[in-house]
Ligand binder design. Sequence first.
Ligand code: GRF
Length: 197
Amino acid sequence: AGIVVLVSGSGTNLQALIDAAADPAYGVRILAVGADRAGITGLHRAAAAGIPTFVCRVQDYPDRGAWDAALADLIGVHEPALVVSAGFMKILGPAVLGRFTVVNTHPALLPAFPGAHAVRDAIAYGAKVTGCTVHVVDAGVDTGPVIAQTAVEVRDDDTEESLHERIKTVERHLLVDVVGRAAREGVTVTDRKATIP
Ligand code: GRF
């Protein structure tokens, strides 16, 4: 099954998918990697692996709707079975979400700590346990049905950086596992329950 991965930053989750996809037994091909900005490490990782890339920047379009439609077309060229948002820092619109099943990885145990500062927020709250979530993307911010989660302990001496590093170590494994199954077998959502057959 083919996937398109969307990134905005360092792309360590993307790299985990690239490494997994190198084994034919994984059964997933990364057809393209898209970003909302140029020059990021995630795009370099894709290029180094010989994967086609594209950039779709909000500021190049008259409004969010036009950007969303353009992004849907750029993804659609590759006809992916699944789209993976792996550290993609833009809210996806109806054109993309109406056309593709999209899964996202988030560095907290949703519905706790949604948004762009999940790790910082968990520490500031004084949470003792946080983790990561892979979920189906819907129109909200980190509100879609949960597919899988892994818990990570928060240590007394954790900084945002140290905790995020530990989360990302388990996040990579969770993402590779879920994306493999979801791309090969599809995701169904019934009554907010996301299942992979
Ligand atoms: C991940 O923790 C992801 O959940 C969050 O940002 C981080 C992205 O890291 N939204 P990377 O770009 O995959 O290295």
